[in-house]
Design a protein around this ligand. Structure first.
Ligand code: ADP
Length: 356
């Protein structure tokens, strides 16, 4: 007779009904969340929606009021008792680098490896510093390197003890955009090479879409949608998610002869798929504009009511005959002025529909 089989790969993170209030503020409200082995999940949402609070409860920096958290199959918080942070197999990286100022980068990275042999420790530190591209700075102190280099060292230090889970709270928010992109790419390859699962908090939707295997979108303490980038961007569950992840216009959907349509023409959707009062989510890149030649009969003509220069494209807001406004980012060869008219075509005939 053999005993019960242990789970071969317990999920790095399993959260059920996580709830946390501060006084009268319900900061985290019944959150369920699972992480797969090796997965990078980005937690996004507007400021104050509870992202940091959720991360802090996973880290053990604050305790749940109710619910459970398991890390690598072990309960670390059951709503009554919370394991202290230093006893959780969890690494953390915050925006404000938290390196010890009196230790070199190498000693900072090796700090959590004091129980290993000196040879083991030295090898691991060297490998990790190389992986994050700062092997040549091993003997420098934190104040002798740049902000980006300090954050690379912070990431290496958090990964060094091989945590079951890495938590990152807006770690690169203070870096300038070009550097942020580079350090982010390095982080992703480090997580892949070391197969470290991670939860990354961000309030930046472009960062979230670029970075995460999956996104968890949070609003007012709750997770409103969890899924891969294209799933959440192309199939948002509501207006809030659609707007939060990027520019979107919303056009009312009507049923005409059994077929759904917007003001910009028929949709390739089944009438039965359309709930009463639904609106189509229209992304600017899915709208094309063409100059109006002569009397436009078959075309829907809009008037440019606003425009802004983005570098790679111009963004135009066009008022349609009904008064609805759609946003478009046509190729930069087309330049329109305020007051110009253009034929407006919706290229995506299967847009997401959300409640109006
Ligand atoms: P986010 O990280 O998404 O910006 P937070 O988790 O920091 O959001 O905050 C969620 C809510 O909880 C906010 O209303 C915030 O004001 C409140 N809050 C966070 N930390 C504390 C605290 N230590 N004391 C009281 N209220 C807090």
């Amino acid at each position: 007779m053999s005993g019960p089989e242990p789970a071969p790969h317990p999920a790095p993170l399993r959260v059920r009904g996580a709830t946390k209030s501060y006084g009268g503020t319900l900061a985290v409200d019944g959150v369920d969340l699972d992480l797969d082995p090796g997965e990078l999940l980005v937690l996004v949402g507007p400021s104050g929606c509870g992202k940091s609070t959720l991360l802090r409860t996973i880290a053990g920096l604050s305790a749940l009021d109710a619910g459970t958290i398991e890390v690598a199959g072990a309960a670390v918080d059951d709503g009554r008792r919370a394991t202290p942070p230093e006893q959780r197999p969890v690494g953390m990286v915050f925006q404000d680098h938290t390196l010890f100022p009196h230790l070199t980068l190498a000693d900072n990275v090796g700090f959590g490896l004091r129980r290993r042999s000196a040879t083991d420790r030295r090898r691991r530190v060297e490998d990790l510093l190389e992986l994050v591209g700062i092997g040549h700075l091993a003997r420098r102190y934190p104040h002798e390197v740049s902000g980006g280099e300090r954050q690379r060292a912070s990431v290496a230090r958090a990964v060094a003890p091989r945590p079951a889970l890495l938590l990152l709270d807006e770690p690169f928010a203070a870096l300038d955009p070009n550097l942020r992109e580079q350090v982010r790419a390095e982080l992703v390859s480090l997580l892949r090479v070391t197969a470290t699962p991670a939860v990354f908090v961000s309030h930046d939707q472009a960062e979230a879409l670029a970075l995460g295997d999956r996104l968890a979108v949070m609003r007012a303490g709750r997770l409103v949608q969890v899924g891969a980038g294209p799933e959440v961007y192309d199939r948002p569950v509501d207006r809030f998610v659609a707007r939060f992840l990027g520019d979107a216009s919303f056009l009312p959907v009507a049923i005409d002869g059994g077929r759904p349509r917007t003001e910009l023409g028929p949709l390739d959707l089944d009438g039965g798929e359309v709930a009463a009062g639904a609106v189509a989510v229209v992304r600017p890149a899915d709208v094309t504009l063409a100059p109006v030649v002569g009397e436009a009969v078959d075309e829907v003509v809009g008037e440019v009511v606003d425009r802004s220069y983005q570098g790679p494209t111009w963004t135009y807001d066009l008022r349609l005959p009904s008064g609805s406004v759609v946003r478009a980012t046509p190729p930069r060869t087309l330049v329109l002025e305020r007051g110009d008219r253009a034929a407006v075509v919706l290229r995506d005939r299967r847009p997401a529909l959300v409640a109006g």
